[in-house]
Design a binder for this molecule. Structure first.
Ligand code: UFG
Length: 326
C-alpha cells in the first residue's frame, strides 16, 4: 500500500492549499487538525481527517499505528506575532512543545521525513536584505523563538536517527488558490493583505497602519509577500528532494521582492477600485522593519520555480476569495 503524507493543520489556511496540491500531485494526504482556527469544511471529503492535537501523543500514535506515514508536513501552529508577545507560553506550548511530541511520535514510528513550517521571524532584524539562510538567527519575538527551537530539534534528530527534514522559512504568505478552491477563512485574521481586502469589501471600516517611523523609504515596514500556491508547491518540491535521499535542508520561501505596508495598501486600492480609510497608528509589538528573502537555495536545491511572483495577482486572488466568503 502507498503511504500517506500527514498534513497537520490541514484544515487551516496554508494546510488546505497543501492538501489540494498533494491531491493534484497524486499523493495521499491525511489531515490532523484541532479546528481551533481551521474549518472541517475546507478538507476534501475523500481525505482522511482526524480532529485532535498534535501534542496528544496517544492520539497521534494511534493514527500512525493504523496509517503508514511516509512524511509529515507540519503546519499546525499559532502564527500571530503580537499575540506571541502577550501569550508567550501559549506559543511555546503550541509551537515548540507540541512539535516535540509530534517528532517523538515520528521517530518512534520510523517516519523518515518532515517538512516543517518555519518562518522569516527566526531572523529577527536581519543585518542585510535579502537575508540568506546562513545569516544569524536572532528572533525578536516569542513566535520566532518558538519556531527556531523546532529547527534546532530537527537538526539534532537528523543527527541521531535515520531521518531527514526540510525547514521552510516562510516570508509573508498571502493570496488564495487561483482556481478559487481555497483561501484564508480564519476568523479574526490579522494579516495585512487579508485585512486590506476586507476593508476594500466594506467588511471592516478601514485599516490601521502600525508605524510609519521605521527606517525604510516610506517609513512603513517592508515584507516579502509570497503566494500561498507557490508556497504549497515548495513543499511538494521539498518532498521530492527528501525522497531522493538528499540531506536535510533549510530554505527561505519568498520572492526576494519587498513591499512596504503603504505599497500593499495602494495595490489593494487599485485592484479593488475602492479607496478605503487608512489610519496611521503607532508601532505594533514585535515587528521588524524589513524582511526580504534570498531564495537562490530553494530555486537551486529544491528546483522551486515560483509562478505567482506578482503582488497584483496575490491581491486579486485574495479579493476573489474574500468575495466568495460573502
Ligand atoms: N500591518 C498593519 N496593519 C494591519 C496589519 C498589519 O500595518 O492591520 C503591518 C504590520 O505591522 C507589519 C506588516 O503589516 O508591518 C505585515 O504584518 P502581518 O501581520 O501581515 O505579518 P507579519 O509580518 O507580522 O508576520 C507574518 C506571519 C508570520 C511570519 C512573518 C514572516 O504572520 O507567521 O510574516 O515575515 F513569520
Amino acid at each position: 500500500t502507498r503511504r500517506h503524507i500527514l498534513v497537520t493543520g490541514g484544515a487551516g489556511y496554508i494546510g488546505s492549499h497543501m492538501t489540494l496540491a498533494l491531491l493534484g500531485a497524486g499523493e495521499r494526504p491525511l489531515v490532523i487538525d484541532n479546528l481551533s482556527t481551521g474549518s472541517r469544511a475546507i478538507v476534501p471529503t475523500d481525505v482522511p481527517f482526524f480532529e485532535g492535537n498534535v501534542g496528544d501523543a496517544d492520539f497521534v500514535g494511534r493514527i500512525m499505528d493504523e496509517h503508514p506515514i511516509e512524511a509529515i508536513i507540519h503546519f499546525a501552529a499559532s502564527i500571530v506575532v503580537p499575540e506571541s508577545v502577550t501569550q508567550p507560553l501559549a506559543y511555546y506550548g503550541n509551537n515548540t512543545a507540541n512539535a516535540r511530541t509530534l517528532l517523538e511520535c515520528a521517530v518512534n514510528h520510523g517516519v523518515p521525513h518532515v517538512v516543517f513550517s518555519s518562518t522569516a521571524a527566526v531572523y529577527g532584524e536581519p543585518d542585510r536584505t535579502p537575508v540568506e539562510e546562513d545569516d544569524p538567527t536572532r528572533p525578536i519575538n516569542p513566535y520566532g523563538r518558538s519556531k527556531l527551537m523546532v529547527e534546532w530539534m530537527l537538526a539534532d534528530i537528523a543527527q541521531a536517527y535515520p531521518f531527514s527534514y526540510a525547514a521552510l522559512r516562510y516570508f509573508n504568505v498571502a493570496g488564495a488558490d487561483p482556481q478559487g478552491r481555497a483561501g484564508q477563512s480564519t476568523p479574526n485574521a490579522t494579516h495585512l493583505i487579508k485585512i486590506a481586502v476586507q476593508a476594500a469589501l466594506g467588511k471592516r471600516s478601514g485599516l490601521d497602519v502600525y508605524g510609519t517611523d521605521y527606517s525604510t523609504p516610506d517609513g512603513s515596514c517592508i515584507r516579502d509577500y509570497v503566494h500561498v500556491s507557490d508556497l504549497a508547491q515548495a513543499h511538494l518540491d521539498a518532498l521530492d528532494y527528501l525522497r531522493a535521499g538528499k540531506p536535510s535542508i533549510t530554505c527561505n520561501i519568498g520572492y526576494a521582492n519587498g513591499y512596504s505596508v503603504l505599497d500593499v495598501i495602494n495595490v489593494v486600492k487599485r485592484v479593488s477600485g475602492v479607496d478605503f480609510e487608512v489610519r496611521i497608528k503607532g508601532r505594533r509589538a514585535g515587528d521588524p522593519a524589513a524582511l526580504i528573502a534570498a531564495n537562490q537555495r530553494a530555486r537551486t536545491a529544491l528546483s522551486w520555480t515560483p509562478r505567482y511572483d506578482d503582488l497584483e495577482q496575490i491581491v486579486r486572488d485574495a479579493l476573489a476569495w474574500e468575495r466568495r466568503l460573502g
